[in-house]
Design a protein around this ligand. Structure first.
Ligand SMILES: [Zn+2]
Length: 68
């Protein structure tokens, strides 16, 4: 059973992360990762100066839980 406050490994980067939210049917959980993640990865071009890469620390992901 996944509960808020549980520590699990981030599925994206493997760092330790924490459950901050669990859905009522316990099938989805919000996972707050301690690492940095970029939401978009635009191709590197010299025309992309005005595109902001959103690299954030402490992003929250939704993951599926409760199926083993
Ligand atoms: Zn992560």
């Amino acid at each position: 059973m996944t509960e808020v406050g549980d520590r699990i490994r981030c599925p994206k980067c493997g760092r330790e992360s924490r459950i901050v939210w669990v859905s009522q049917d316990a099938k989805l959980a919000g996972l707050k990762c301690a690492g940095y993640h970029s939401q978009i990865s635009p191709p590197p071009t010299k025309f992309s100066k005005n595109i902001q890469t959103k690299t954030k620390k402490g992003m929250v992901f939704l993951i599926e839980v409760g199926k083993e």
